[in-house]
Ligand binder design. Structure first.
Ligand code: NAP
Length: 456
């Protein structure tokens, strides 16, 4: 269809999807129209529902996404579930190309006994709950115990530890849901114990996030100086060019030297310990951990190796924060082990390693759950460059003009898509609820409320 704009469907409306839309809509030759499909009535993915509510500056990246959505040629189809309301096969006929930007929808598992005991939670569920995700509002986190254990040393673990420690004054100006604020402020938790399986020099968290733990109004941060007595392999690694690790270790040394100020709660960071079992009669009562030794592999990687030294730590709740994992999409190739769509720099490959023409991916479903929001911009640009290169080379299987478009197909199916105007109505409602309280918004947290606001 020479002269006609290329029509591209993007599945997923998080940062990866929006950065892909941005790069596509900027293209002049060919020009591109983008339809973005999202399961929820709301866009922004983890920017709305994952980024911690006390990080408004990070959330403000949504302003850039708003500008992208305002461009000519962009349409939003919220409340449309891929696989139920529309299939891969249908999209391949309606569009010249599809970009999957669905992120990593589930959590990685520890694979230890007791992992599924009541009170052992994926951190991702807690994050979705305090951020008002409509699918997670019925969860009940029992925060009555004195100690919460957070397993993992990434930024999500730090978010969860910090959120559990925030005071009412710190939570009040955020868009944390009211039930979550009440539960956190009224919780019996006195210690939040964060367990890293490797040492301080191998932690995955970044320094600004670590520093925030030292600035909490209602919690001291506690680190055992013995944990900063680094093994030779870590010392050697730090001497090389690892600025983040060096900065982290400096901050941790400062924490280890601090006298606790006697604040009501404390966040304790322990290193070189792995949970081997979650214990309890019918619910979490303790975590059994093993002490690890750090061992350098031939390739220089530092691994945690269990010793015979074990310990049982009583606790009331466990948050497992050991990374996300992608889930397969019906009809789309998937690499189970990596939890990603097999691809070659964004060009999707099928099970035989052949190119799936016209099918692309970006973000966590492309590269795995790593990097910060901005990482997705470069990632999406690479995918889109390849898509446009293929379009110019005539390699895209052009759409079938005789099949109904997405809007008609959804209407025929009785599916109620939330348009971008619908989302703007939700946004306006939430902001209006937040304004008199000095909060950025009060989120609508049920499907019914969200859809009612979108219709209005
Ligand atoms: P992550 O950064 O990959 O960290 C996962 C952590 O889990 C690592 O410390 C890892 O240790 C540990 N782990 C993995 N398997 C384990 C096991 N079996 N037992 C014990 N520990 C285990 O993942 P994440 O925290 O979920 O974050 C995902 C991405 O989002 C990251 O890129 C993160 O930076 C980003 N994020 C950024 C922010 C922010 O910028 N403020 C906030 C949240 C998330 P090993 O290193 O030993 O494998």
């Amino acid at each position: 269809m020479p002269g006609q704009p290329l029509r591209v469907a993007i599945v997923g409306s998080g940062p990866a999807g929006f950065y892909a839309a941005d790069a596509l809509l900027k293209s002049e030759e060919p020009s591109v129209e983008v339809d973005m499909i999202e399961r929820l009535p709301t866009p922004w993915g983890l920017v709305r529902l994952g980024v911690a509510p006390d990080h408004p500056n990070i959330k403000s990246v949504s302003k850039a996404f708003e500008r992208i959505a305002a461009r000519p040629g962009f349409r939003f189809f919220g409340n449309v579930e891929f696989g139920r309301d529309i299939t891969h096969e249908e999209l391949t006929r309606q569009y010249d190309a599809i970009v999957y930007a669905v992120g990593a929808q589930t959590d990685r598992h520890l694979g230890i006994p007791g992992e599924d005991l009541p009170g052992s939670w994926p951190a991702t569920a807690f994050v979705a709950w305090y951020n008002g995700h409509p699918d997670f509002q019925d969860l009940e986190f029992d925060l009555s115990g004195e100690r919460a254990v957070v397993v993992g040393n990434g930024n999500v673990a730090v978010d969860v530890a910090r959120m559990l420690a925030l005071t009412e004054e710190e939570l009040a100006p955020t868009d944390t849901t009211d039930p979550a604020i009440a539960a956190i402020v009224g919780s019996g938790i006195r210690e939040i114990l964060v367990l890293g399986r490797r040492g301080p020099a191998q932690a995955a968290f970044t320094t600004p996030e670590l520093q925030e733990l030292g600035e909490l109004a209602g919690a001291d941060v506690v680190v055992d100086p013995a944990d900063l007595d680094l093994d030779p392999a870590s010392k050697a690694a730090l001497a090389e060019d690892t600025p983040i690790a060096r900065r982290n270790v400096d901050v941790l040394r400062e924490y280890a030297a601090r006298m606790p100020a006697g604040k009501p709660r404390r966040v304790t960071l322990r290193f070189c310990v792995s949970p081997v079992a979650i214990l309890g009669e019918g619910k979490v009562e303790a975590v059994e951990v093993v002490r690890n030794a750090l061992v350098a592999d031939a390739d220089g990687q530092i691994r945690a190796e269990p010793t015979a030294d074990r310990e049982v730590i009583p606790c009331g709740i466990v948050f497992r924060s050991v990374g996300y994992h992608g889930v397969p999409l019906p009809g789309v190739p998937f690499d189970e082990r990596r939890g990603t769509i097999p691809n070659d720099a964004g060009r999707v490959r099928d099970g035989d390693g052949e190119r799936a023409t016209g099918v692309y991916c970006t973000g966590w479903i492309k590269r795995g759950p790593s990097g910060v929001i901005g990482t997705n911009k470069k990632d999406a640009t690479e995918t889109v460059e390849h898509l446009l290169e293929d379009a110019r080379a005539g390699l895209l299987p052009r759409r079938d003009v005789d099949v109904p478009g997405l809007d008609d197909a959804l209407r025929l199916r009785g599916a109620e898509a939330v348009t971008y105007a619908g989302w703007e109505a939700i946004d306006a409602t939430e902001r209006a609820l937040g304004e008199p309280l000095g909060r950025p918004r009060v989120k609508l947290c049920s499907w019914d409320e969200l859809l009612a606001a979108a219709r209005a």
